[in-house]
Write a protein that binds this ligand. Structure first.
Ligand code: PLP
Length: 455
């Protein structure tokens, strides 16, 4: 009987390859379309935004892609991350289930996001790019990319969703400490930002709007600046698979294999990062693992969205992809404290969900924070509100296993800590949060604005 709590790998166990699920997808890929022509995108179109190497990764069907030595060197600052058996949580729940979590909150930025930020900064630097632009919601992605740009000596402009810019000033200061510039989006720096402000000077902003501003800035820079996205795209998900590859080895050390693999989903990157190496075994070795993606009822992309081609951003400048979507004009309700606010979802994750390989659950914010508090009091770590969605479902699985008297092995991705989310915790503990269900009529209304495409 294994009695360990932390399963640690040596620096030499750091994976040498990312896993590309596009080599093993059980369903054919859907095309990525140019938002103007609505025809499949050309590398030239994408190259305005991204370096060639990332574009090649985006469309690659090679199963394994080597992690450059320079990227592995930076990964070593915090990787391999620990896999932890949540024994105290198991005891608190009095469950026969075994609960494991992969702690991605141990990176300098506090989440999984540097796994791709470092890789993206590296490839941009290698191709001679001097500056990047990006968007950020709560500030997690902005701070991760600031960290990465600092290591590779790149300038960075971050368009930060205004409501978060005001509610979470410390993430902004963190970005500035790493040397980046942050702006409250909508800004008056871009045509699109000015058009939104003209309509609604008090716009709280949205990820879709901030993406448009960052994309516009890159497009208008005559090749001087490129754009970087923290989730959704194939290459981003692939960079995150370093998480799952490590976890496979660590579950081996624990002498167990997960019955269920859980993660929260915003754009889908942290969940895919953990899940896809296990999905590979499900697809190629016929493992019977269950996969559960968890989202908020306030942003119910998988559970209430439509599976359709939609724009990646509000201004229709980013490529059109087939995904579950709430519509590119989606603005999340301001009463929602739980993060995970993007209107769409990574296409490969959507395809696997549509094909029945992944289940999806939508959660209200109150039970989510309740789970976060139980986790903090048993395991000691305060989770990001996003991560708390995964924790809630892990707890529910453990309680279900208890009811059925099963020894279930539960694995979830601890995508990040919540040290910058104290305003949300304060609101929860002060009894100020209420549950919110995104109305089905709003989804229906948004569908009027989907692009018409021939695919
Ligand atoms: C950004 C973020 C998420 C959601 O993004 P994904 O791309 O779906 O992973 C989840 N958890 C934390 C802590 C984050 O910072």
């Amino acid at each position: 009987m294994n009695t360990k709590t932390r399963y640690l790998l040596d620096e030499s166990d750091l994976p040498k390859f990312w896993y590309n699920i596009n080599a093993d997808m059980p369903v054919p890929p859907t095309p990525v379309l140019n938002p103007q022509t609505k025809e499949p995108v050309t590398p030239e179109f994408l190259n305005v935004l991204f370096p060639m190497e990332l574009i090649q990764q985006e469309v690659s069907t090679e199963r394994y892609i080597e992690i450059p030595e320079e990227v592995r060197e930076v990964y070593k600052l915090w990787r391999p991350t620990p896999l932890i058996r949540a024994r105290r949580l198991e005891q608190a729940l009095d469950t026969p289930a075994h609960i494991y979590f992969k702690n991605e909150g141990t990176s300098a930025a506090g989440s999984h996001k540097p796994n791709t930020a470092v890789a993206q900064a590296y490839y941009n630097k290698k191709e001679g790019v001097k500056a990047l632009t990006t968007e950020t919601g709560a500030g997690q992605w902005g701070s991760a990319l600031s960290l990465a740009c600092n290591f590779f000596d790149l300038d960075l402009e971050v368009y930060m969703v205004k409501i978060s810019y005001n509610q979470k000033p410390y993430r902004r200061v963190m970005m500035e400490a790493y040397g980046a510039q942050a702006f409250a989006s909508p800004t008056d720096r871009t045509n699109f930002g000015r058009s939104i402000l003209a309509e609604d000077p008090d716009s709280p902003g949205s990820l879709g709007i901030a993406i448009s501003e960052a994309v516009e800035t890159a497009v208008m820079s005559n090749g001087k600046k490129k754009y970087s996205l923290g989730s959704v795209l194939n290459h981003v998900l692939m960079h995150q698979t370093v998480v799952g590859e490590e976890t496979l080895k660590q579950m081996d050390l624990a002498g167990e294999y997960p019955d269920v693999v859980i993660g929260c989903v915003g754009g889908g990157s942290n969940y895919s990062g953990l899940a896809y190496p296990f999905m590979r075994q499900r697809l190629l070795e016929d493992r019977r693992t269950r996969f559960v993606a968890v989202e908020p009822t306030a942003t119910p992309t998988l559970t209430k969205g439509l599976y359709a081609f939609d724009y990646g951003d509000a201004a229709k400048m980013a490529p059109i992809v087939k995904m579950f979507t709430l519509g590119h004009r989606f603005v999340p309700p301001p009463i929602h404290a739980g993060g995970l606010r993007y209107h769409g979802m990574a296409p490969s994750l959507c395809a696997l969900y549509e094909a029945g390989y992944i289940e999806a659950v939508a959660l209200h914010q109150l039970p989510t924070f309740e789970a976060a508090i139980l986790f903090a009091r048993s395991e000691g770590i305060i989770p990001a509100p996003e991560t708390a969605h995964a924790i809630r479902v892990a707890i529910d699985e453990a309680l279900d296993a208890k009811e059925k008297g099963e020894k279930r092995v539960i694995l979830f991705n601890f995508s990040g800590h919540g040290h910058f989310d104290m305003t949300a915790y304060q609101a929860y503990l002060g009894g100020e949060l209420v549950d919110y269900e995104y109305p089905a009529e709003a989804v229906k209304e948004a569908m009027k604005y989907l692009p018409e495409v021939a695919f």
